[in-house]
Unconditional design. Sequence first.
Length: 568
Amino acid sequence: MEEKELNVIIATDCGSTTTKAILIEKNEKGEYRQTFRGEAPTTVEEPYNDVTRGVLNSLQEVEELSGRKILDGDKIIHPARGKVGVDIYISTSSAGGGLQMLVAGAVKAMTAESAQRAALGAGAIVMDVLASNDGRLPHQKIARIRSLRPDMILLSGGTDGGTVTHVVEMAEFIAAADPHPRLGHTYTLPVIYAGNSAAQENIRDVLGKKTTLYVTDNIRPTLERENLFPARQKVQDLFMEHVMSQAPGYGKLKEWVEVSIMPTPGAVGYLIHAVAEEEHINVMGVDIGGATTDIFSDFDGVFNRTVSANLGMSYSISNVLAEAGLDNVLRWVPFDMDEDDLANRIKNKMIRPTTIPHTKNELIIEQALAREALRLAFEQHKLLAVGLKGVQRIRSVSDTFAQTASGETLVDMMKLNLFIGSGGILSHAPRRCQAMMMMIDSFQPLGFTRLAVDSIFMMPHLGVLASVNKAAAKEVFEKDCLIPLGTCIAPKGAAKHGAPCLNIKIHTRSVTEAKPPVTEAIPVGEIRLYPMTLEEEAEVEATPTRRFDVGAGYGRTVKKVVQGGLGW
């Protein structure tokens, strides 16, 4: 899409509970800046049954705060003229539970996993992954498909020109289940087929009359190549056409926007990929919510997203304790606490999900649970963000002819340049250093890594804006969205506690005061903090001992200029 010249932008994100609006304006210097924001309860359920009411309420708050007239009754005024109107209105949405999908493929570790990556990258919650070799009997697969009631199904299988048997078998299971969609009773379930092109006619014969079938390019045309974009694009298009259109008021909302409404996680992923591509860096982002934790990564141009639907800070907080175990949670708590007390606190949080900590000890416990939720979600992300499985690769002369599955994780923390935290527990931590330490403890970055948090969770708004005007989205992202926490320097390696680890030299460039250079030897097991403001930068020379690596190899020196932040 050709970038539009925009001076005044209004954007909303219709969440499951809150609709958030932000105003972005171009100032006298020609800079795009986020100026005002408004919030209102989302109104997709009773008694309103109209998502646009929440949108209008959030826009009215922006009107009152900014003094700009945006609405004429229930209509958005555009284009902008002086202090009246806006040039464009854009929106994202996860109201009504977001996009829920079932994924099916021929082989679980190959085409089914590729289909799962396509669905997750489009902003979906994957309810289940079915495959011909997943260990379930035919009647169990049919019963599972029938019981889930997804918004749509993504079916893949086989490389182009390969066998058609397994993927047709999966299509027959779907036809036999005759599944009904979660929302709406007047339309048939959308099914996207993105598999072996030789099986397209067979798939049309099996599913053409029982579902609304869409055929797109194969997700895995060859063993060595994934082609996820066409399927992701079709998922997002159908999300607008079928899923959103069933929710009350979305017909009106669809008419108001000038570009397609994106699923909220899809918009965040689009922004992270755009930033990585534009700056030629590796980026990771995490959004920890009440019910789920989403992790996004873009390493060497390969984008991945995972949803840990059972790891969150309110509705699914009991799952965090169950999966992490008591000892792992309590290792972050600096005072004595028994299991019953911790369990009772967690159950109270589940039944009162909107409560916030009122004492220092409650805050420490909540942040301890957040560390474990983030750690577990990251482990799940590394398992899915992998190279293509089933590919033959040459390792050495001795095993030239041996078949080896790839499948190693693409997540290399030593290569990570920028890590962004989002979600209430991180963005609204009482002190920025708390957010920084939660991110460091959970993800354990290596080498030199810039850390930041999303100030008011505007990444969804900026993601959909990036599809219209990348320059505007990038400028607001850097100047208003990201709050820099600082740079984490961490060597990779192992040695006894207290053994020599890293020698560091720091020369700080300050505009306000002359700071003496710092030269220190840091032993294993210690964390050192060197305060630097946002306006300051420092030349850092890090020399690890022979058992450690900070990015250039074991024992090799790395010199870099790093920026300050607020994480202290």
